[in-house]
Design a protein around this ligand. Structure first.
Ligand SMILES: NC(=O)c1ccc[n+]([C@@H]2O[C@H](COP(=O)([O-])OP(=O)(O)OC[C@H]3O[C@@H](n4cnc5c(N)ncnc54)[C@H](OP(=O)(O)O)[C@@H]3O)[C@@H](O)[C@H]2O)c1
Length: 234
């Protein structure tokens, strides 16, 4: 296995919980979940790809798995038993989906990937969120979880092209430096990704809002753009 971003202390809380090296994707059957699954599994981690429908998850996972790439299709609750959990749901789905998972993710690193964006007349527009951002709302819905906002700008279509380095930055927002370090290691499993600490969780809304701009650029140029900040060396 490659360097393991998952601390042993992050191991699960219950009888169905998985060993420390697993990465869970809640809402993992969509483009982002599938793209992250192939990258993390390809780097040597067991990925638990979650769905509302276990059969659907199993079908998607079977199509992503290959020798040396271990992706298991599970329920969202089982995915939340992994050591590190990524929420790859549409923003509107997190309020109904996350509260029942709160006990399973207490104390764990949880990554919020959601962008509250709506399309109005075909133009992407950031949605206002009472909590401030999808990531802050995720933290409210999962009290006790160590929530980090990340991967909001990563183009799923390019994650699936595993032979190509991504060449994007992943901006990390969060209030727990150790949790951000875990997610930085995870992000940099993807070749060409540079993880940058972008500050506290209260800045997640600015990161999420930028996605509307990237989607607009994608539309104009038929692109799958990501974000790369210049002038930062590390
Ligand atoms: N696509 C991208 O390139 C990209 C890049 C960066 C960030 N993001 C963000 O990542 C998140 C996921 O993106 P995506 O394109 O992968 O999303 P998606 O395909 O729309 O949704 C992901 C999965 O969520 C589950 N889901 C959908 N509606 C639900 C509901 N009402 N209740 C519970 N579960 C529901 C579905 O899984 P089941 O039907 O199997 O349960 C679906 O496959 C979004 O918030 C997006 O803004 C996307």
């Amino acid at each position: 296995m490659s360097s393991d971003p998952v601390p042993a202390a992050g191991a699960g809380n219950g009888p169905d919980d998985q060993p420390a090296a697993t990465i869970g994707l809640v809402g993992g059957t969509g483009p982002l979940g599938r793209g992250l699954a192939v990258r993390f599994a390809g780097a040597g981690h067991r990925v638990l790809l979650g769905s509302r429908d276990e059969a659907r998850a199993a079908d998607v996972a079977a199509r992503l798995s290959q020798p040396g790439r271990d992706v298991a299709g599970v329920t969202n609750a089982q995915a939340a038993g992994a050591a590190v959990v990524l929420v790859t749901l549409p923003y509107a789905a997190q309020r109904p989906t996350l509260p029942p998972l709160a006990d399973r993710v207490a104390g764990k690193v949880v990554v919020s990937c959601a962008n509250p964006v709506a399309f109005v007349d075909g133009v992407p527009r950031p949605l206002r969120v009472d909590a401030g951002s999808a990531a802050q709302e995720c933290a409210q819905l999962l009290p006790g979880a160590r929530v980090v906002g990340a991967f909001q700008h990563v183009p799923a279509a390019r994650l699936r092209r595993v032979e190509e380095p991504l060449g994007c930055d992943v901006l990390l927002t969060g209030d727990d430096d150790d949790a951000k370090a875990v997610v930085a290691t995870l992000a940099e499993l993807v070749p060409g990704v540079r993880a940058l600490d972008a500050g506290p969780l209260r800045l997640a809304g600015a990161v999420e809002d930028m996605t509307a701009v990237l989607l607009s650029v994608n539309r104009r140029y038929s692109a799958h753009t990501g974000l790369r900040l210049e002038g930062v060396t590390r």
